[in-house]
Every structure is written in C-alpha cells, then in structure tokens.
Design a protein. Structure first.
Lengths: 247, 308
C-alpha cells in the first residue's frame, strides 16, 4: 500500500494539473476572502450599533468556507479522475493486479495519496481565516467546526471520485460523472422545504455541510460523511473485483 | 519432478464467447515454453489468467502446489508478468518506476538497490536510469517492461510478446536474456514469430480458437527426419526436370530460382544434393526445412478455422 501511496503522490506532484488546480483554488478563494472582508469593513460601523450583531465568523469565515466547499467540488474530481481510469486505459492496472497486493491496499494507497494532497489544500485554505488572528479574535470553535466540515466534505468527494474513476477508461468521463453525482447530492434537497428530517434532506450533502458550517457539530452529520466515504471506497473495491473477474 | 506451475481445465468466457477452452498445462523449473497461435487464439487471455490479472470461469492455477485464488499474495510474489503493452508510468524515470515495482512486489527494502542494478544490467538499461520513460524509444520501453517482470526474481516469468517492437539487434539480446532466465526460472512466452520459438524455447504449445492443439518439445521435433528441402539454383532446369530426380516426390516453385522439394521417406538429403550437382544446375543454397514448425502451425491453425 505504501508503494502505491508514494507513487501516486509523486505522480500527482509531477503533473502540472495538480499544481494548476492548487493555484486556481488559491486565486479564487483569496479573491472571495478579500471581497468578504471588504464588505465586512463597510458594514462594521452599522453592526457596532446592533445588539448581538453577527461577528466576523458569520460574515466572513462561513461564506468563505462555503465557497471553498464548492470550489473543492470542482477541484477534487479533477484530482481523482485519473486514479483508476488512467491505469485501466494504459494497461498499468495489470501491473497492480499481478502484484502481491490486495485490492483494498490498491484503493487505499491511491485514496490516501489524494487525501494528502487535499490536506495541503485545506491547510492553505485554513491560513486565510487564521490570518484574521492578526487583527481580531474570530470564534475559534465555529472556525474549527467549519474546517472540520470542509475536511469531511473534501474526503467524501475524493471517495466518490475514486470510485467513479474505476468505472471508465477515460479520465474526462470520470470527472464529468463525479461532478454529476456530487452536484446531485448537493442540490437534492432543493425541492424539499419541509424540514431537516425528510429523506432528501438526509441525503443531501449541503444540508449536512451547512449545519456544521454554522458551528453545530452533530454525530449524525459526521456519520453521514463517514458513510459516504465508506460507500465510495467499498464500491470502488467491488468494482475492481468485478473488473478482474469479468475482464 | 513437481511442476512449477499447473493449470487444470482453465476455461474463460467473455459473455457467450469462449476465449479459452479447457486448457491444462504444466511447466517445470528451468524450462522455456513458447505459446503460439494466430491472433485471437486466446494466448493473451491464458497468460492474463496465469498471472492473476483475470479470473478464470472454470479451472485452477497452482504454483508449487499453492492455489492462485486461495493464496494470491504468495503465488503472485513468485510470478513476473509482462503484458502485451508494457505497464509503464510515463511520468516516472526508469529508476523511480523500477523502485516502485520492487516495493510493489514486496522486495525487501535493503535489497531494492541490488535488484535494481541486477535487472538494469540484465536488460541493458544501465545508462537509462534517470531518463523519463516517456522519452524512451519503444524498444527501451519494452526492456523496462521486462525489467519490471523480473525485478523480484520470480520463479515463473510470463512474457506476452516480449520482442514486440524491438529492432533485430535488440531481439537477439532479448532472446539471449530469455535463455539466461530460462536456465534458472520457468518462462512462458507468447509470440507469433515462429523462428523465435525455435531459437529460445524448449517446448512449444500451439493454441487455436481457445484450445490447446499441439504440445511438443523442440528437441523431439528437431530429431525427427527432415523431408523438405528449400533450394536455390543458378541454372534451374524447370519443375519437370527436378521432379524426375530420384527420391523427389513433389516440387513447388517458390521463386525464379527457388524450389521446394519434398523427398521420399527413404531418400537422404546428401544424395539429392549430389544428384543436383552432378547435373550441373548450379546449386547455390540448400536448406533442409528442419522440423517445419511453420507447416505444423499452418495445418493446425487453418483446420481450426473450418471447424467453426
């Protein structure tokens, strides 16, 4: 597993794709961050007059990380798209299959490589709200909850992405299908305004994410994300097993 | 002697199509086996099943008594496999790639460097270590593919068309390499180049339409008497005159000066040669069609077509 992990991570950093994704992500989020900050500074005099006015956590950090979740949704499928599709396209999957490693180890090696890259991205994102510490004291609790939400969302995207990349030989197809699945999961609750208990609300990525983003960490939300990760990885292993048996 | 690998009743369906039908074979340590067959005969499928990349619909593969399905890690550690297209990561250098393969195939950390040096010198890659695989020519990529298959010093080496895309010099080197490997390992290779089989293999298997139709050791094949002659004459007398030579049963004209003679079972090659020289036809070339693998191949693989 470590061999695969190391190789995948190396391949990620050797590809201009990963670097350009990192750059694009930073540019977009930095711009959003600055705009939010600017608006907050303009609003500040008015807020000062209000009783229990919303603070910088609600007005700057939450919208920033909300956008970060959307940007990650654009970025992660591009990272995961080639994980298995390129292997099955170029025939290197045979190298993995004929090696003394289990399918689980293959999948986990690749998954952890994506997660490592994701961790770097998340640290870079986290630096933005943390830079506010220079001038003010944001609510660290809600910041931690929001970052946890972002981390869970990112790891869940990666699990779905890696599963879908095992279903096709073309990376672009994998990316598009991953977008479709993630976006559907994100907006599946749109028609449903009845409350938090309905099935569609439970299925939706955004309802779980938004709740954590607002600072409310519940075990059900965490379990939702963990389940999504587990399902993605198990389906991926299952798919590889079928690939080996059915050819 | 216990066979290194034993395939029993391997059958493989792709949907309704049966790619490999009830194949059983044994391979011993120190033996090079050539798997021949026309395109689509099931060679690659057989090799993929043998390497564990593809499951069989029926049948078992055992290596040294261990079942491939029950103890995959143990068995795969003892198998090196070069697929039809070498499984390379083009963004890595040769060294990086081989190091990855060594770790993947559970070579001990301390001996990785030694293994790397060993396979690089075996495959003639000493000076290519820091080059990107993407920038290598096809022949060198093929060598990296072979290096990958032997990096963990496996007992069984499976090579699917190993000389594919190589230039003639490289082909000779790779054949030498295969012979060297064959002395201490078991090697099974597929090809559709017949002379290749004759130059490197101990035993030949011919597949057609998913069936194993022929198994024979080359030593046995070569010891049998040759009854076909390929000759070239400076002053050819024409087909009828050749046919009247004593001991010649049949004559086929191959080219302007080139003929194919079939001898009667009692006639010796040297007598025919003597007679041709006596008549002053200017014998320039005489090649006994030593064990016409070509003919056997042709006969076995074309009759199969009619069976369909």
């Amino acid at each position: 597993m470590f061999a695969i992990f190391g190789k995948e991570l190396r391949s990620l950093f050797l590809s201009p794709l990963a670097w350009s994704l990192l750059i694009a992500m930073q540019l977009v989020l930095a711009w959003i961050f600055l705009v939010q900050l600017e608006q907050f500074l303009q609003l500040q005099p008015k807020l000062a007059g209000l009783e229990s006015a919303p603070g910088i956590s609600t007005l700057v950090i939450a919208p920033l990380l909300d956008s970060a979740a959307m940007t990650l949704m654009l970025l992660v499928p591009l990272l995961t798209m080639g994980m298995f599709s390129r292997d099955s396209g170029s025939g290197t999957l045979d190298l993995l299959f004929s090696s003394p490693v289990s399918l689980t180890a293959i999948v986990m090696g690749k998954y952890f490589a994506v997660l490592t890259f994701l961790a770097i991205t998340l640290v870079l994102i986290a630096l933005m709200p943390l830079s506010l510490l220079l001038g003010t004291r944001p609510d660290m609790g809600s910041l931690a909850a929001a970052l946890l939400a972002l981390t869970l969302a990112g790891t869940a995207y990666a699990a779905v992405g890696i599963w879908i990349s095992s279903m096709t030989k073309q990376p672009a197809v994998a990316a598009v299908l991953t977008y479709a699945v993630l976006l559907l999961l994100w907006i599946i609750n749109l028609t449903d305004n009845e409350g938090t208990d309905s099935l569609l609300q439970q299925l939706s990525l955004s309802s779980h994410f938004q709740r954590m983003l607002s600072g409310l960490v519940t075990s059900s939300d965490i379990i939702y994300f963990l389940l999504l990760i587990l399902i993605g990885l198990i389906l991926c292993i299952h798919r590889l097993e079928r690939l080996r048996i059915e050819g | 002697m216990q066979p290194l690998i034993r395939m029993t009743g391997i059958t493989r369906f792709f949907g309704q199509f049966c790619a490999v039908r009830n194949i059983s074979l044994e391979l011993f340590q120190g033996e090079v086996v050539g798997l021949l067959g026309p395109n689509g005969a099931g060679k690659s499928t057989t090799m993929r099943i043998l390497s564990g990349c593809l499951g069989a619909s029926l049948g078992t593969v055992q290596l040294d008594g261990a079942d491939l399905l029950k103890e995959p890690k143990l068995v795969k550690r003892a198998i090196g496999y070069l697929p039809e297209t070498p499984p390379l990561y083009h963004e890595l250098t040769v060294d990086e790639y081989l190091k990855f393969c060594a770790r993947l195939k559970a070579v001990k950390g301390s001996s990785i460097k030694a293994s790397l040096d060993r396979v690089k010198s075996l495959c003639g890659l000493d000076r290519e270590g820091s080059r990107l695989i993407r920038n290598l020519s096809k022949g060198f990529q093929q060598r990296v593919g072979i290096a990958q298959a032997i990096i963990h010093n496996p007992q069984l080496i499976i090579l699917d068309e190993p000389t594919n895309g190589l230039d003639p010099n490289q082909i000779i080197e790779i054949r030498k390499l295969i012979r060297t490997l064959g002395s201490s390992h078991g090697v099974i290779l597929s090809t559709h180049i017949l002379p290749e089989v004759q130059s490197v293999c101990d035993r030949v298997l011919i597949m057609n339409n998913g069936r194993l139709v022929y198994t024979e050791s080359l030593a046995q094949m070569n010891s049998s008497k040759s009854d076909m002659l390929n000759i070239r004459l400076a002053r050819p007398p024409g087909e009828p005159a050749l046919a009247q030579l004593k001991g010649v049963v049949n004559v086929t004209t191959l080219g302007e000066n080139r003929f194919y003679l079939q001898l009667s079972s009692t006639c010796l090659v040297e007598t025919v040669a003597e007679r041709i020289i006596q008549r002053g036809w200017g014998l320039m070339e005489l090649v006994p069609q030593q064990q016409n693998l070509e003919q056997i191949f042709y006969r076995l693989t074309t009759t199969g077509e009619n069976d369909r």
